[in-house]
Design a protein around this ligand. Sequence first.
Ligand SMILES: [Zn+2]
Length: 163
Amino acid sequence: MTAPRDVLHIIHEALLSRTRDFLYERGLHGCEGMALWIGEPDGEDSDRVRLTRLLVPEQICTKTEFGVAVDMTERAHLTLLDHVAPHERLYVRVHSHPGRAYHSERDDENLVLTHHGALSVVVPDFARRPLQLEDCAIYRLHRGRGWLPLAPNELARIFEVIP
Ligand SMILES: [Zn+2]
């Protein structure tokens, strides 16, 4: 399978800040938070996507001696697509970590997004600072190879933040 096409995901600062507010609030409870960015193709151009809104699925935060984790409830998995209109798609999974941002083994196995080119953004430090994509670890799903980190110089080809 070849590498996914570079699709530019256009995101408003307001959506970043709404996402940060949610993740930060979860962090105040010592919990990771998980959300999805919904979007739609930008007109006829299949290489551009507009991210339009945040979806926060019902989720369970687990705290053990090994750390914290977040999972969608079974009901949230079963009903996920009920929240997505026919012209919309789920493009990006976003979740927070208490400390460093990276894809854990558990994150690699996560099956919420499975399409070639799906994106996963891991936000460090329970989103205590304003959400900047440069601070996050960002992974892209290469079908057959798994989630591979985006190199810093790829970021501008994959995300454009607009005011
Ligand atoms: Zn994680």
